[in-house]
Ligand binder design. Sequence first.
Ligand code: CO
Length: 413
Amino acid sequence: MDAVEQLIEFVDASPSPFHACATAAGLLAGAGWAEVDERDPWPSEPGRYLVRRGGSLAAWSTVASTDPADAFRVVGAHTDSPNLRLKQRHDRRFANLSTVALEPYGGPLLTTWLDRDLTVAGRIGLRDGSERLVHVAEPILRVPNLAVHLDRDAQGSPDRQRHLDAIWAGHADDEPFLAWLGRREGFDAADVLGFELMTADTQPSAVVGDFLAAPRLDNQATCWAGVRAMVDAPQVEGVRPVLVLFDHEEVGSASERGAQSDLLATVIERTVLAAGGSRDDVHRAVAASVCASGDMAHATHPNHAERHEPLHRIAAGGGPVLKVNQNLRYATDTRGAVAFARACEAADVPLQRYVHRADLPCGSTIGPMSAARTGITTVDVGAPQLAMHSAREQMATADVEPYTRALTAFLSP
Ligand code: CO
């Protein structure tokens, strides 16, 4: 299976952050990674390990490390994508229709979610303390546009509160949505005490000429490339590769498992201590480490070239992107830039450099927050894409494999 086919398989199997972690964990387990429970003592034997915290995952390898103060090489990404999520009370009836109340998570391009064949996925928690992931394969929900005849001066963007409830196709009776889901997935809705459920487009990812059209490329393209890099990277003496996939980037990263959490910091600390290191060795390791924060980058849009910095045209298909922002919306500094540029040279892939227009607010990434939380030198990188935060995004197929090669080289300096 080539790189693009692998990425398609990853994305289509991962309609929620929880599924993205399950998909990543499955690929890593197949390559020899053992899952650790954070409640258990940290493994002290050299090996390949991973932990999951809900929609976040961290994986690391200590097989080529002999000194507890050895450096970590980290690739980071985020598992979440903007979408429409179910409100806690979501069952509505209107004119013989069953509808499901939704609200935006993060900043989706709302119009792209209308007239799409949607399904539901996510995590539910039951009274007995167990959790399960759910993913309904076939389309069940749609949020129809208003006909142009009823909206002559179509202002485009739907209202986030009033215009995003989905019609639940085929359900004319009063059965609550969770009861139906439970009948399907084998749980009793009365036992559901918590849930994080979200919609996802059911149209499979597709290659369209030189492009890949797919949901959630931001940022599952990096999640997949990072997993691939962890599996492919040759073990280098004195280097401990780490992959960290954070949930909640699209809403600010402030949670127990987001980039502002202690997830990466504790993986590093516990790994050093379990190897027999001291607190001082933790700080020595951090000082020697570098993190590549991978997130998708804006390819220059041919219809909107004026929205891009004139000297920083980014070509779809032109290779990985280094992102620099003077106001630290990206974490990149000189040292981080050198580390990633060297990786691209070693992998023999071209490197493009992105700067956002100074008169437009720049988006951010996990990079600055993870750098501030851990003290690790960080470089923000990505692969070019178009239509970021659309329900269906687009990237050049030619960028998929070089991106993972650059991250692989970064993990094995
Ligand atoms: Co992103």
